[in-house]
Design a protein around this ligand. Structure first.
Ligand SMILES: [Zn+2]
Length: 96
């Protein structure tokens, strides 16, 4: 419960690795058969639209932190839902 009183900065979404070609004609990634530069992207659906953002080094760490805060909070919400559902059920049985 204490965790809920102090909600951390969070963000829903998922971070995935995706290889991208930078577009530079002289770059090694332009060579045939190259998969491109390793890069991380954030994918999140907001208002029915999927947004994708490229994540640079410092942004990657920040976003990974935000996303994991979201997952932790969501687990807590699920746990509380189970607790309250059970309590509701128990009270009904007492009345019967
Ligand atoms: Zn390149």
């Amino acid at each position: 419960m204490a965790e809920l009183r102090d909600i951390p900065d969070l963000m829903r979404g998922s971070v995935c690795e995706r290889r991208v070609k930078c577009g530079g004609p002289g770059c090694w990634c332009a060579k045939k058969g190259s998969a491109g530069h390793p890069g991380f992207h954030l994918t999140v659906n907001v208002d029915g639209r999927t947004r994708t953002r490229y994540l640079s080094g410092p942004a990657l760490k920040e976003v990974q932190g935000l996303v994991s805060s979201y997952r932790r909070l969501w687990k807590l919400v699920e746990a509380l839902t189970r607790v309250h559902l059970d309590m509701f059920q128990a009270r009904r049985k007492e009345k019967e």
